[in-house]
Design a binder for this molecule. Structure first.
Ligand code: SAH
Length: 445
């Protein structure tokens, strides 16, 4: 395809360099503001072109040597090639732009709170397993927008305990002749390996995602793996026999240990099972939650709703600052974990519902002083937001993992609410993702 020359003037919300040439807009991986390059045009989608850097002509002063060799093709770490300070500036600007252009409100956006340890932070690692042309077992990450596995021995953002375990799993699969799953034929056993590490406890979980239960050679395989890695405290088999992109299936069997690990956030202890949602950056999650919960009144007299609650973490941590916390979450496994987590921490001023957040709040009887909401990337919905307005909830603490949908929802609320505070937090260093805490207060009329 065509080769063009251009200058990067902006960064898209997906972390791609934006180049304008004539009336065309090109999105380019790994090109940063101020840089000039020769670009190989790849394809066009809904009026925008996607291109790759063929030859970098002018480098940005913030460009650095990335730690990971495949970071230019894996697509997981859009920002590993620029220094950490520059990454934080991009994230602050992304939130600023969304608030200005989409929410159209005039409010100061604080500088993004950076991580002390921007590498090797992820407590959850999941990798597909397969075979290469020579029949050797490989594992790694999918090349961006594809199902081609790029073998990688060490990922720059995952917990360092994972790499040696994954390598030995590969060797043991070969030794015990345990097959890997073939996506094209639907045959073979091992599909993915998921590793969860605990930050506060010496506990580590290995999840083997397989196509059938009880594969041959299982016992010896597990025994040898545990002998090689005594840091593994539990092994779970998760069976996913469907031909789908979803990693985990519904059936699970504990092969070793207690089937879950524990970790702490802000002094509370949580049980984490193979399929639970749990925030992946154990240091920054405390920064995020503290930023959000500092916005609560100190008088401990408020009724709080924690919506989109996951395993209940935010609501449970908020409970010692509230009269009562209501918690609502759609996923039944997460909701069940939330109930257990309350018991585990002896917290009684909290109640849980497993429901759609909009449906729940619109039939909620009684007043709410504060609503904390932490929806998935697609943001909240009109039923939920309309109810906040109708119920005249005085304070909303919005925890968001997508600045653009946050800004859209703020815009929807902005006739009735003032935005008082916007604080981006970096939960995912090296990537273009950014979390934001926003505080909204009901306008006085
Ligand atoms: N607050 C939690 C989880 C945030 S992730 C934490 O900090 O860990 C968003 C959560 O919203 C997920 O657990 C997801 O299952 C849940 N969710 C998605 N759609 C929902 C809906 N319509 N109603 C309630 N919860 C929903």
């Amino acid at each position: 395809m065509e080769i063009i020359k251009g200058k990067c003037t902006d960064i898209s919300s997906e972390g791609k360099g934006v180049v304008k040439v004539g009336s065309h807009i090109y999105f380019v991986d790994g090109l940063f503001v101020g840089e000039e390059a020769e670009l190989q045009v790849q394809y066009q989608r809904s009026g925008v072109y996607f291109a790759k850097v063929k030859n970098l002509i002018k480098k940005s002063p913030v460009r650095i040597q990335p730690k990971c060799k495949i970071c230019t093709s894996c697509g997981g770490c859009q920002y590993q090639q620029i220094d950490y300070k520059a990454q934080l500036e991009y994230k602050t600007n992304r939130v600023k732009n969304a608030i200005k252009r989409i929410a159209k409100v005039d409010v100061k956006v604080n500088d993004c709170l950076g991580a002390e340890h921007p590498y090797n932070y992820r407590n959850k690692i999941q990798v597909p397993f397969s075979k290469d042309r020579n029949g050797k077992v490989i594992y790694g990450f999918y090349k961006e927008n594809s199902h081609i596995i790029m073998p990688v021995k060490e990922c720059a953002i995952e917990n360092k305990k994972a790499a040696p375990i994954l390598w030995d799993i590969k060797l043991l699969l070969e030794k015990h002749k345990i097959s890997t799953y073939n996506e094209d034929t639907g045959k073979g056993i091992l599909r993915y390996v998921l590793i969860r590490t605990s930050y506060h406890f010496d506990e580590l979980m290995v999840v083997l995602v397989t196509s059938t239960m009880n594969f041959p050679g299982q016992r010896n395989f597990i025994d040898e793996l545990i002998k090689l890695h005594p840091e593994i405290t539990t092994v779970v088999e998760n069976v996913n026999s469907r031909r789908t992109n979803v990693i985990l299936g519904e059936k699970e069997k504990i092969l070793y240990g207690k089937g879950y690990i524990q970790d702490k956030i802000c002094d509370l202890t949580f049980n984490i099972s193979a399929s639970s949602f749990f925030q992946v950056n154990p240091e920054q999650v405390e920064v995020l939650y503290k930023t959000a919960l500092n916005l609560l009144n100190e008088d401990k007299n408020q009724v709080v709703l924690d919506a989109y609650a996951g395993v209940g973490t935010i609501g449970l941590i908020a409970s010692n600052k509230a009269k009562h916390v209501y918690s609502v979450e759609l996923n039944k496994f997460a909701s069940r974990n939330a109930v257990e987590n309350a018991k585990r921490n002896n917290i009684s001023n909290i109640s849980f519902a497993c429901d759609d957040a909009g449906k729940y709040i619109s039939s909620f009887e009684g007043d709410l002083d504060v609503v904390i909401m932490d929806p998935p990337r697609k943001g909240s919905d009109e039923v939920f937001l309309d109810t906040l307005i109708n119920k005249k909830v005085p304070q909303i603490i919005y925890v968001s993992c997508d600045p653009e949908t946050l800004a859209r929802d703020i815009s929807y609320l902005s006739k009735y609410y003032d935005v008082k505070y916007v604080q981006p937090v970096d939960m995912f260093p090296m990537t273009c993702h950014v979390e934001t805490v926003a505080c909204l207060r009901l306008k006085e009329r």
